[in-house]
Design a protein around this ligand. Structure first.
Ligand code: GCB
Length: 642
């Protein structure tokens, strides 16, 4: 047992997290603050563990000093790579990092190519070990080299990927050099897609931050590793016993078939998973069900968590273990309502972006804690983002009782691109990865397959919806599947939404005019919502967005004033409250964030690139409408209205 493991056992995860941050700071005091040339940077900053709790225990955070440089070009990739590995031109940085945080220019939004480098020594030099590198989120296209040899690539942010460090190039005791080329220039077929606005500026619903936006880890593999862990409670009724499925998918990295045994735990219950042999260089799944006779249910009001644990052994020796904090609850759509543990929901909540004035999308733990605390303070029971949130956001939501509308960034992609095979494949991969990475969280309410695709769907979107719903249900039969759509009366009833359990309506009545001015008048909202109910009587319907920009005091009739926003919030929440069949409503957004150059968001006096529909300003101060939303959220019986 290493010192780190002993410390973790004695001190617990939160204290360990604080100690890790201190270690990084002290490392900086000893090295970064000395004037060593970046080219000769010492290998440093590797600490045992992860910034979140439910991770396998064989991870090491690749923290400390990293190097960064913008691309200086090169004819081919090899030449570019060689130039980038020269000693000159690198600057110190730390990871996570968004290199263009605070640069609000058009070129910054359009994206560029940049390089990161980390020199490191393995924390354990034993030759029987294999090593992986894991990236939690890289925006957008990445290529990775180890000691000058290409080892892999990835496309798409907000979801993790890992690569094996080849034995033939990995130095067991010397310094290894990891180099990552990150390209955040967007294509029309990316998630989210690029494009141009009417005025020729880069389009897009949020800032295009480039970089290693979340943590990077090393993962130590002792012959076999946990490739995924599933802890899935099934609750037939609110007063029933629960069955919990424990499943571990194990990968054997070695050249020999290996007999693996797994000990499972769920709360106080212990369960051995059937022992089997895993063939050389392949995967095997192990599973077992346990019965929990009188479960303490999870809900936003009582976020009870059970600690589950899977410990993998080879020849009786523990090689890896993972903890999962699980919650027992059921979520269903019954007669057109979302029902949690047998009670119909009328959720209230906020949409958000992982954005920070200083660090952009590369958030710190305190900033994540702040966002969740703000959502709780306003009285939310649900949060929504356009992409999978950081794993720690999920854990905070589990612990503090927030539900998550979990969406993949299949955002406003045009039908002509959605039609393409490579786009469909990437969407399917992101949906699968999101479900595999995040399904253990009781906070996840539903899987959303996208936002604002064409409001008049045809065969292409129909086909996308059908396949995505089928895929999500096959991976996770316990959760509903939804889609957020732009709310326009002219769209009518759409049979293409048939496979969905939940329809989210983004409604901006009385804010944007919409095509032919059809949503300019807010008084058209009640009738519109009633028509949606009539279209989809068996589906759960939620208002997935509503909001108005506000950045100044002024008359209540003047768009963009705090008074207009206040009136807007009161009116919309009033119309929503009068429709108890709505399963929820989500204000867009909790806080201001960066969108794109020349963003006006419908405000005659905008403050580009800031999206100002937030109830909090970017600096965290409250706008007057915050109190209205808080009062009305808290006055709503959100859990168990029926
Ligand atoms: C939407 C989008 C969201 C935007 C919002 C707006 O429908 O889903 O990403 O920020 O409208 O403010 O226009």
């Amino acid at each position: 047992m290493s010192l780190g493991t002993i410390a973790a056992a004695v001190l617990g995860p939160t204290t360990m997290r604080i100690l890790r941050s201190l270690t990084i700071l002290l490392a900086c005091a000893a090295t970064a603050c000395a004037a060593a040339a970046p080219g000769a940077l010492a290998a440093d900053g590797i600490t045992r563990g992860s910034v979140y709790d439910d991770a396998p225990d064989n991870r090491y955070l690749l923290g400390g000093n990293w190097l960064f440089r913008l691309d200086t070009g090169g004819v081919g990739l090899t030449q570019a790579f060689q130039r980038q590995t020269d000693a000159d031109g690198w600057k110190r940085t730390s990871v996570p990092n968004a290199w263009n945080a605070g640069d609000n220019s058009v070129p910054s939004m359009l994206g560029t190519v940049a390089w990161y480098r980390k020199d490191f020594r393995l924390p354990d030099a034993r030759s029987r070990l294999d090593w992986l590198v894991r990236f939690e989120s890289v925006n957008y296209r990445s290529r990775i080299w180890l000691n000058g040899r290409p080892i892999g690539r990835n496309t798409g942010a907000h979801l993790p990927f890992d690569l094996r460090l080849p034995r033939s190039v990995l130095k067991r005791s010397g310094t290894n050099r990891l180099v990552i080329r990150v390209d955040n220039r967007r294509l029309r077929t990316d998630f989210p897609p690029s494009g141009l606005t009417g005025s020729g500026d880069p389009a897009g619903g949020w800032w295009n931050y480039g970089g290693l936006l979340r943590e990077v880890y090393l993962q130590r593999v002792d012959r076999v590793d946990l490739s995924s862990v599933l802890v899935r409670p099934e609750l037939p009724c609110a007063t029933c016993a629960a069955t919990v499925l424990l499943r571990a998918t194990v990968r054997n990295y070695s050249d020999r078939a290996t007999r693996v045994s797994i000990d499972g735990r769920f709360g106080d219950l212990r369960a051995k998973l059937p022992t089997k042999s895993v063939a050389a260089r392949s995967f095997a799944s192990f599973e077992r069900r346990v019965r929990v006779s009188s479960p303490k249910l999870w809900s936003p009001a009582t976020p009870n968590l059970y600690r589950a644990m899977l410990t993998v052994r080879v020849g009786g020796r523990k090689v890896v273990a993972q903890t999962v904090h699980s919650g027992i609850r059921s979520i269903k759509v019954v007669d057109g309502r979302l029902v949690l543990n047998g009670k119909a929901l009328a959720l209230r909540g906020v949409g958000l972006h992982e954005d920070d004035l200083v660090t952009g999308n590369a958030l710190t733990t305190p900033r994540r804690e702040q966002i969740i605390a703000q959502a709780k303070e306003i009285g939310a029971t649900i949060i929504r983002a356009h992409y999978p949130l950081h794993p720690e956001m999920h854990e905070l939501a589990d612990r503090q009782g927030l539900l998550i509308w979990s969406e993949i960034p299949v955002y406003a992609i045009k039908t002509q691109y959605l039609k393409r095979l490579e786009v469909r494949k990437l969407a399917a991969r992101e949906l699968e990865e999101n479900i595999i990475a995040n399904q253990n969280h009781p906070s996840i309410l539903l899987w959303s397959i996208g936002n604002e695709l064409s409001a008049r769907p045809g065969p292409v979107q129909h086909n996308y919806i059908n396949r995505a719903v089928r895929q999500a249900k096959a991976l996770d039969p316990t959760r509903p599947v939804g889609l957020a759509v732009a709310g326009y009366p002219s769209a009518g009833c759409r049979p293409q939404y048939g496979a969905l359990d939940v329809v989210g309506i983004n409604e901006y009545f009385g804010w944007y005019p919409g095509p032919s001015g059809q949503i300019a008048d807010r008084d058209a909202l009640p009738e519109f919502l009633d028509s949606i109910r009539a279209c989809y009587p068996k589906k759960a319907v939620m208002v997935s967005e509503f909001g108005a920009e506000a950045n100044r005091d002024g008359p209540v009739e003047e768009r963009g004033t705090f008074q207009y926003q206040q009136d807007f919030v009161n009116y919309h929440l009033g119309v929503i409250a009068a429709r108890p069949w709505l399963s929820g409503a989500i204000y867009w957004a909790l806080q201001e964030f960066r969108v794109r150059p020349n963003w006006d968001g419908g405000n005659p006096r905008p403050n580009s690139p800031i999206h100002e529909k937030g109830l909090l300003r970017f600096d965290g101060t409250k706008k007057p409408a915050w109190l209205d939303a808080q009062r009305l959220f808290k006055a709503t019986p959100q859990l168990g209205a029926r």
